[in-house]
Ligand binder design. Structure first.
Ligand code: NAD
Length: 327
């Protein structure tokens, strides 16, 4: 297959390109480096089946030749990134998604959208199944991301219903692993950075809010299966193992051998209280569920961050207590 991937230089995008190439496909990778990095794709230099094109997907563009599948992963994803780039985030979910859908329509290709658990907002239903319509503040500080993704889902369904494009929608829950940015403000890199430096772990609120963390290879496997499925409605992809942020901090301390204390800071506005995917649909339709335990995933991730720190021992990250909150 010939696959166009937007957001290819990002955390998930770069791993997804690796998987596509490992499966024998050809990849045309698009990115404008808004939040991604060339470094995430540098290992693919010289691979004849991989081509990178600098492209802002909010601007109309052409891709020469046949395309079998269009995969839209482009969007700032961490609260720090999307609050720094709120307009770009809304643009990429709207105009960017439309341009990618137009490409799929023109080429007769299938289309995969990476949506998010943020569509559920601060959920009133637990765990979150795809049938739940969410509790999103449309004008809050996170709305640039949440509403951008909700619009992108609606647009994707419109292209399916109006133009019969073969679409898939993945609602991705918190995912972690190598190639995350140490300074993107998300809880996994932030805790690891702090623990490895022996600095206090920043916990927002009292730490009783819950999250569920999925290792990136599991997520990529779910996306790959979904891309080949006939399911047109959204499918949750994430790890249903739920824990409080304080429990997670304890895991990080154990795994890194750190004695960092916890330092509490005020909870940011609209920070979700609970997050846990109901993955029954993914289990049933895709035969998918996460395989990598938290311990194993953290081992790979810690090794990656330790490698980065050896290269650049000065502070790579600075978590600002008054910052934009966490995923
Ligand atoms: N990582 C998670 O936990 C998570 C959870 C839910 C959803 N998602 C979704 O998965 C996708 C990938 O997330 P990620 O964690 O890899 O984020 P990321 O920031 O690492 O990657 C996003 C990529 O999109 C690129 N991009 C942004 N705007 C663009 C534009 N206009 N044109 C071209 N490229 C553009 C960025 O430069 C970056 O390389 C996003 O759509 C995100 O919303 C991620």
């Amino acid at each position: 297959m010939r696959v166009v991937v937007s957001g290819a230089a990002g955390f998930i995008g770069s791993h997804f390109c690796d998987r596509l190439l490992a499966e024998g496909h050809e990849v045309i990778a698009l990115d404008n480096f808004l939040t991604g990095s060339e470094r995430n794709l540098s290992h693919l230099d010289g691979d004849g089946r991989f081509r990178f094109v600098w492209q802002d997907i909010t601007v109309p563009f052409q891709v020469a030749g046949d395309v079998d599948t269009v995969v839209n992963l482009a969007s700032p994803a961490s609260p720090k990134d999307y609050m720094e780039h709120p307009i770009e985030t809304l643009d990429v979910g709207s105009a960017g998604t439309r341009n990618m859908l137009e490409l799929a329509l023109e080429k007769g290709a299938s289309f995969l959208l990476s949506s998010t658990s943020e569509c559920y907002g601060d959920p009133l239903v637990h765990p979150q199944a795809e049938t739940y319509w969410g509790n999103v503040n449309p004008v809050g500080p996170r709305s640039c991301y949440d509403e951008s993704k909700r619009f992108a889902e609606a647009l994707t369904m419109a292209y399916h219903r109006r133009h019969d494009v073969r679409t898939n929608i993945a609602r991705i829950f918190n995912t972690y692993g190598p190639r995350m940015k140490l300074d993107d403000g998300r809880v996994v890199p932030a805790f690891l950075d702090q623990a490895l430096r022996g600095e206090p772990l920043t916990v927002f609120g009292d730490g009783s809010q819950t999250r569920s963390f999925c290792y990136v290879s599991d997520l990529v496997d779910g996306l790959y299966r979904l891309m080949q499925s006939e399911e047109r409605l959204p499918v949750n992809l994430g790890n249903p193992l739920e824990m409080t942020i304080l429990q997670f901090a304890e895991h990080i301390r154990e795994r890194t051998g750190s004695s960092s204390e916890v330092r509490y800071h005020p909870l940011p506005e609209d920070d979700p209280r609970q997050r846990k995917p109901d993955i029954s649909r993914a289990r049933r339709i895709l035969g998918w569920e996460p395989q990598i335990s938290l311990d194993e995933g953290l081992r790979y991730t810690i090794a990656y961050f330790q490698g980065l720190m050896k290269k650049s021992p000065e502070s790579l990250s600075e978590v600002k207590p008054s910052g934009p909150g966490r995923k």
